[in-house]
Design a binder for this molecule. Structure first.
Ligand code: DAH
Length: 335
């Protein structure tokens, strides 16, 4: 009897001690320590079961029941405490990571397209909507495509108009985008209706309106029933789309070896006093059609080559072409 009483006392003591410890702790580690201390393999509760073995059989059931009860309630309480602590810890963490949306943001600079790229994209878009598709050609060109096939034979005085940068005798940096006309016609049967945007190169001394590198968009439309009226309509339409209705425009007779007749187009800003030439154009010369085996009796067409840099200068009131290539961000950021 004495033994039973003693054991029950011990159980009660352990119960009170463990509950109290559990109540006072405030970390998950400590909580785990308490679990090990009481419920672990060598813990106080397994010890109680050893003691139980020493009791007379008739007392075992009663004491055993108490120990089991203690074991399961303590287990429950420990788990409960663990959950509480975990939740607290999470709340603390969230508080630490919380975002103050009233703080001023850090501004991130975004890049943008170069003004010439923007203008090129806009032009390409206008022409695509008029049904032209895009073709590209090489920047290093042969003498044949850059001159010969365009009706500019060697020793022809017109070659002087295109001060060229030669790589070797037969190759040069293309002086215009017109050679792409030939490449496209060589590889396609008529009708063709294309534009070719791209970079061109000339041995020019830089000044306010000239630069050794510049951009052109070439246009070519060949079909069975095209006239100068179509050329005029296409030109007028895209210029109005690009500049708006207020800019003035004029056709002026000119000469190009690859067109007959030929015309230049000049533009004036609404507030301006000077015409600036922006494109050359004309009806494709029969010799050019013959060079690509198109029958000039059946097919005609028109072509034009426009200076992208000059279009950009006119539209945005930029008075020096060199600004495009200096990469001064103070200039570029304005657009
Ligand atoms: N290729 C000429 C130049 O760079 C411009 C030009 C004129 C292109 C008349 C054409 C054209 O297609 O028909 O000066």
């Amino acid at each position: 009897m004495a033994k039973l009483k003693e054991l029950l006392g011990e159980i009660e003591q352990i119960k009170q001690d463990s509950y109290k410890e559990l109540e006072n702790l405030d970390s998950l580690d400590d909580c785990e320590q308490v679990r090990i201390k009481y419920l672990g393999r060598k813990g106080k509760i397994p010890d109680l079961f050893n003691e139980l073995g020493k009791l007379p059989d008739e007392d075992k059931a009663k004491a055993g029941k108490r120990i089991n009860q203690l074991k399961s309630t303590l287990d429950e309480r420990i788990n409960e405490k663990k959950n509480q602590l975990q939740q607290l810890e999470q709340e603390k963490q969230l508080e630490k990571e919380s975002l103050d949306v009233t703080l001023p943001g850090r501004r991130r600079r975004t890049g943008k397209l170069h003004i010439l790229t923007q203008v090129l994209d806009e032009l390409i878009d206008i022409f695509k909507r008029m049904g032209f598709s895009q073709a590209l050609g090489p920047e290093i060109e042969t003498d044949y495509y850059n001159f010969e096939a365009l009706n500019i034979p060697e020793l022809h005085p017109a070659r002087d108009e295109w001060d060229s940068l030669y790589i070797d005798k037969g190759t040069l940096l293309r002086t215009h985008t017109s050679p792409v006309q030939i490449r496209v016609m060589e590889n396609n049967d008529p009708p063709v209706k294309i534009i070719c945007p791209g970079k061109c190169f000339r041995r020019d001394t830089p000044d306010a309106t000239h630069y050794p590198v510049f951009f052109q968009v070439e246009l070519l439309w060949v079909d069975e029933d095209l006239s100068f009226a179509n050329l005029k309509y296409v030109t007028k339409t895209f210029i109005e789309k690009f500049f708006g209705p207020k800019f003035k425009m004029r056709f002026r007779a000119d000469y190009f070896p690859f067109t007959e007749p030929s015309a230049e187009v000049d533009i004036m800003r609404p507030d301006g006093h000077e015409w600036l030439e922006i494109l050359g154009s004309g009806m494709v010369d029969p010799n050019v059609l013959e060079a690509v085996n198109y029958d000039p009796e059946v097919y005609q067409g028109f072509a034009l080559g426009l200076g992208v840099d000059r279009m950009a200068m006119l539209k945005y009131g930029i008075d020096d072409i060199r600004l495009f290539y200096r990469n001064d961000l103070r200039f570029l950021r304005q657009f």
